[in-house]
Design a protein around this ligand. Sequence first.
Ligand code: GTP
Ligand code: ZN
Ligand code: ZN
Length: 286
Amino acid sequence: MCTVCGCGEGEVTMEGEAHSHHPHHGHHSPHALARDFTPGPIWAHAPGLSQKRMVQIEQDILSKNDRYAQENRRYFQTHGILALNLVSSPGAGKTTLLVRTVEELKTQGPLAVIEGDQQTSNDVERIRATGAPALQINTGKGCHLDAHMVGHALERLRPLKDSLLFIENVGNLVCPAAFDLGEAHKVVVLSVTEGEDKPLKYPDMFHAARLMILNKIDLLPYLEFDVARCLEYAHRINPQMDVIQLSAQTGEGLADWYAWIGRQRQALIGQQSRRPVAAAGDPLAV
Ligand SMILES: Nc1nc2c(ncn2[C@@H]2O[C@H](COP(=O)(O)OP(=O)(O)OP(=O)(O)O)[C@@H](O)[C@H]2O)c(=O)[nH]1
Ligand SMILES: [Zn+2]
Ligand SMILES: [Zn+2]
């Protein structure tokens, strides 16, 4: 049971194998306090714990996560892997987008997917049907992936050098915002059926993202959704955030998404060429 919000942490499993999770891993972030968006402590309702103690617990969790994230980041950099962390509320279309993306980009280089869900391996099976290597992490009652879980997934999945690695986070617009997985970028998927005010309601997530994908635009003719207003809200929270409108179902706008990924790969190659040769002794070296 998480000491913070009462949301149980559950037992993390990776493809059916139990993974003993550090008991102090939890969720929710002191970062939320550090930013302007949150009017007060989000854990103020946790019973039986002083505010000071709760802040300390959260700081321990986050600093531990950040150390694991650093290790993942080093692994990605050493192997030239572009890791994108897809976040959204449940059902925004992450898996649909990934299945199509993997299908359409798989001839261009190695791809791999880490799937996060509380239960079921439905999503990983959808990805594997494309032939791409994929690994499922089930978080049980946990509501986000953390860097430690992703580190273990990398040991199992061992994505090839110069891979494109997609991490589909648990469907949740709150907690995954706080957890750095070592990814190059968070990509937030918002679908038009959710309403244009989501960037204002869940600002931490939109603040953390490098790109917002506005999905399900094929449904716009049937909805009251105001695209211009949504983009204005999104840029009010994060003026630097890129935005791509697409339909993972019809394929409209997907070319923009692939071009965006291509630009991130170019940026990574640019960074690699400016870096000194990778350190020897990397335990995960492929
Ligand atoms: N009309 C329309 N439906 C879509 C689109 N993308 C996804 N969907 C549908 O939305 C539903 C949810 O899609 P998923 O891809 O499973 O969503 P998800 O974000 O992976 O969901 P979780 O893993 O549960 O968080 C499915 O019924 C999809 O067919 C789209 O562009 N247009
Ligand atoms: Zn999914
Ligand atoms: Zn939570």
